[in-house]
Design a protein around this ligand. Structure first.
Ligand code: SF4
Length: 449
């Protein structure tokens, strides 16, 4: 970890030929050092140098991938202890557990909820990510359950759980190229599990009795050539697990301790029978470094807050959340409905659209791309002035959706009214309220007028 651009440059052929799509070797080296491009993009670098740079510039916590194609789930790849230092890379995967000794309707219910429970927030679809299938001691039933889930939810990456290497091998065969996580190598079986994982080309989970044993197993499996590991320290109390999660992250990032430089898998489902307590445990593990949390079931009132928490924690603090530019119909508007315009900062959009919904007044909300800046900041930056709003109103197509020509602008932009009227001579510009909370009463008055 941590080669500088200059160190990388010294290993490049220095042809400055541009075949890597960068004008010079130095520019390319800087991008490789920043993790923004791949050393393999230079066709003149030897395999030996590629391996050396890839190894040296790999994140301290390895990125592990499951599934495949459009349904690849990634965990790990983390480089910092705290989000504000840079960002967290891969959101904690949320998995639902099904087992071979579970009643049929229970399995069906969990799979249905996995498929059904999804939510849109700030333009992003939020849902659970993985299905964990546990062998309760019946290899045939286990393989059938894997087949069933692959057929019913082919896009769901899987965690296959069994103490029997043969059962895991059979389950992995069912998955083919859609790589499952195999759970788990322990002190009793790790050599056999290593063979199964190698043959399947699948990541392998490691379960130790404690963090020390987990590190030992990871080191042994690493020596055996297994690179994609996921760690379970065996802790099943919140205090011990919390301590282990932090100790693993610190060891990997601060001390470059490779045996603990892998994402973790955690099991709130095994720590309590109480749904709310399980959710509480998961809510502690999501910000504190869990790569995957396995839940006993998915219920909307528990899943939704966890998904929102995860969204908040794994949002890049250096990039504002945005919504797409466009026309948003709210409450079923028609050609007489009011037209409002605001910026595309996600928080603004959700507050404004929420207040319009509350008003129950059918409305058109125009969202102008301001690169995620809020109304006044965007105006000050020249991204939400009269000219750019006018251009957007002309090109967005709202004129074909309404008969009237009245545009409501945010109260904070009252000063651009005159200028906007010059830019949009066919439109009457109305000054909306400064605070979104005043929109419902404003719109009701507009409707009554
Ligand atoms: Fe340099 Fe390789 Fe890029 Fe050519 S392709 S400019 S040699 S880094």
């Amino acid at each position: 970890m941590g080669l500088t651009g200059i160190q990388i440059l010294q290993m490049l052929p220095k042809k400055n030929c541009g075949e890597c799509k960068f004008p010079t070797c130095l520019a390319f080296a800087m991008k490789v050092a920043a993790g923004q491009t791949d050393i393999a993009d230079c066709p003149y670098v030897s395999e030996e140098v590629k391996a050396k740079i890839s190894e040296a510039s790999a994140p301290p916590i390895r990125t592990v991938k499951l599934g495949g194609g459009d349904h690849t789930f990634s965990c790990g790849g983390e480089t910092v202890l705290f989000r504000h230092e840079k960002r967290f890379e891969h959101p904690t995967g949320i998995a639902v557990l099904i087992t071979t000794d579970m009643a049929e309707d229970e399995v069906t219910g969990r799979l249905e909820r996995f498929k059904k429970l999804e939510y849109e927030r700030v333009g992003i679809m939020l849902k659970a990510d993985l299905v964990a299938i546990k062998d309760a001691g019946d290899k045939g039933a286990f393989v059938n359950l894997v087949k069933r889930v692959r057929e019913e939810i082919p896009g769901a990456p899987l965690i296959l759980m069994s103490q029997d290497p043969e059962a895991l091998k059979a389950g992995a065969d069912v998955c083919g190229d859609f790589k499952p996580l195999l759970y788990a190598a322990t002190m009793d079986n790790y050599q056999a599990m290593a063979e199964v994982a190698k043959a399947a080309g699948a990541p392998l989970a490691v379960k130790g009795a404690d963090i020390g044993e987990t590190a030992f197993l990871a080191e042994e499996l690493g020596k055996a050539g297994l690179k994609d590991l996921v760690l379970d320290t065996g802790a099943r109390t919140i205090r011990a697990l919390y301590e282990d999660q932090i100790a693993m992250r610190r060891a990997a990032i601060k001390h470059k301790y490779r045996p603990l430089g892998y994402p973790s898998i955690t099991f709130p489902c095994e720590m309590t029978d109480d749904d709310l307590l399980e959710a509480l445990i998961a809510s502690v593990l999501i910000p504190k470094y869990a790569g995957i949390v396995v839940l006993s079931d998915l219920k909307g009132d528990i899943l939704f807050p966890l998904l929102v928490e995860r969204l908040n924690i794994f949002t890049d603090p250096q990039k504002p959340l945005v919504v797409q530019e466009g026309i948003y119909p709210i409450n079923g508007p028609d050609e007489e409905s009011p037209v409002l315009v605001t910026c595309n900062f996600a928080l603004t959009y959700f507050i404004v659209s929420g207040e319009i919904e509350t008003s129950r007044v059918p409305s058109w909300l125009l969202i102008k791309d301001t690169e995620g800046l809020s109304v006044l900041t965007a105006w000050a930056a020249g991204k939400f002035g009269a000219d750019s709003i006018a251009d957007f109103v002309k090109k967005c197509g709202i004129a074909e959706k309404v008969k009237h020509r009245k545009l409501i602008i945010p109260g904070y932009l009252a000063s651009i009214k005159g200028e906007l009227e010059e830019e949009l001579p066919d439109w009457e510009i109305l000054i909306g309220p400064r605070e979104a909370s005043h929109l419902p009463s404003y719109l009701k008055e507009w409707q009554a007028a």
